[in-house]
Design a protein around this ligand. Structure first.
Ligand code: HEM
Length: 397
């Protein structure tokens, strides 16, 4: 691929802030997206095992609905969190993202419906399981398959976007233009690695689940022990599978001895040790977050290198500083985002720790955070609309 073609595909308006900031935000937000992708696939997959066991097993009859609920919430979070890396990637790697969306246009279209059907069926699975309907496992299985397929489609977009040298051939194979939008590329090892991570993620989640519930008197000791050891087994087994898939992937693309790759291997070894002894799973989770960030960095290093090899560097993207936009974005992200998330998390934590009904209005921290979130949102909306309308009138009057 000729550098001039890639440069011509960039946005002539340039980027509104320094590209490295978008790159860092991409790495950060993709790791968050991936965390919930893996948690949703892992908990949903495990819930299928539980629902196949039925209500006869006393541990699984408690665990299965909880896993279904975890997966259900995680899908909605992964969708919201998927938007962020999508925005950042289309700011700095717009040639890649838009070429992919053109070549795989039909799949992009299908992706939306895949998500709608897959997630709607998940709700069906949730209600059918709650009502103990006989076909609930089958519905869950179909929903799981559809959501995994959504992941395969995402993988196709990611892989196609880093194949600029093959774009012309995909667009016009043997010189005949193909505008069907059915381009589909899969890198089996990379995909296997990504999806396999859902096993250790649900394992470490279960360790946390068990630790979190261990302070509650209404959960039997045997259940706490069972979920902890199930979590340990899944985490260790899953980490070993993911490690093999990762090494194969790195070997295949020649990045085995890259510093980020080595850091990931070290991180996985530490995780293996921590997951195995399970002395405090909250610390294991912190290491998992670091490893997730490293994996996200690895993906970016691969893309950056491919593009640099073709003479495209995001650092050369023309910058057209737009300070007000950035201030608005950062204020929204940091102030509204952090306070809002702190409110939701603190409430969820306290609801889970509480036996019986938790009344947030009687809790000082929760009600303070709740009120702050509300006021900040009101101020945010006022500024957002006033600013937008002022700029609009300023431009047209
Ligand atoms: C059940 C639904 C989804 C699943 C299972 C899923 C899974 C994945 C996976 C496995 C990847 C990594 C692919 C790779 O690097 O090979 C990925 C990347 C990504 N996903 Fe998702 N995803 C889902 C929904 C979404 C949604 C709804 C959005 C946006 C609104 C989104 C945005 C992204 C973005 C921006 C990337 C990075 C693409 C790139 O770097 O080129 N995903 N997703």
């Amino acid at each position: 691929m000729d550098t001039s073609v890639l440069l011509a595909l960039r946005d002539p308006a340039g980027v509104p802030f320094y590209p490295i900031v978008f790159q860092v935000l991409y790495v950060l937000t993709w790791a968050l997206h991936a965390a919930f992708v893996l948690l949703s696939l892992g908990s949903m997959g495990l819930s299928l095992y539980g629902s196949a066991k039925g209500n006869l097993d006393k541990h699984w009859s408690i665990l299965t609905p909880h896993l279904i609920q975890t997966g259900k919430i995680s899908v909605s979070i992964l969708i919201v969190l998927g938007v962020a890396p999508l925005l950042f990637t289309q700011v700095i790697y717009d040639p890649n993202w838009y070429v992919t969306n053109t070549l795989s246009g039909m799949w992009v279209f299908i992706f939306i419906y895949t998500l709608v059907v897959g997630y709607s069926m998940y709700y069906w699975y949730y209600y059918a399981n709650k009502a103990q309907k006989p076909g609930s496992s089958l519905i869950g299985l179909i929903s799981f398959g559809i959501l995994v397929f959504a992941g395969i489609l995402m993988h196709n977009f990611a892989v196609t976007s880093i194949m600029p040298n093959d774009w012309m051939n995909m667009y016009a194979p043997n010189g005949n233009v193909d505008t069907s939008g059915w381009t589909f590329n899969v890198d089996v090892i990379r995909l296997a690695f990504m999806v396999s991570l859902s096993i250790p993620v649900v394992g470490i989640f279960l360790q946390n689940y068990s630790r979190f519930l261990s302070t509650r008197k209404d959960f039997e000791e045997s259940f706490i022990k069972y979920t902890a050891s199930l979590g340990t087994n899944l985490a260790v087994f899953g980490l070993l599978i993911s490690a093999v898939a990762f090494l194969l992937w790195m070997l295949q693309i020649g990045y085995l001895l890259h510093p980020v790759s080595i850091a990931i291997v070290v991180g996985v070894l530490i995780l293996l040790f921590m997951a195995k002894i399970n002395s405090n799973s909250y610390y294991t989770t912190l290491v998992l977050v670091v490893v997730a960030l490293l994996i996200s960095t690895m993906r970016e290093v691969i893309r950056f290198d491919i593009m640099a090899g073709l003479g495209y560097s995001i650092y050369d993207y023309p910058v057209n500083l737009e300070i007000p936009t950035i201030v608005m974005f950062l204020a929204t992200f940091l102030i509204m985002g952090f306070v809002g998330v702190a409110y939701l998390l603190s409430m969820a934590w306290k609801v889970g720790k509480n036996e019986g009904v938790f009344d947030g209005s009687r809790d000082a921290l929760v009600s303070k955070l709740g009120k702050s979130t509300l006021y900040i949102m009101i101020v945010w909306m006022a500024i957002y609309f006033a600013w937008g309308i002022a700029i609009l009138f300023n431009n047209i009057l």
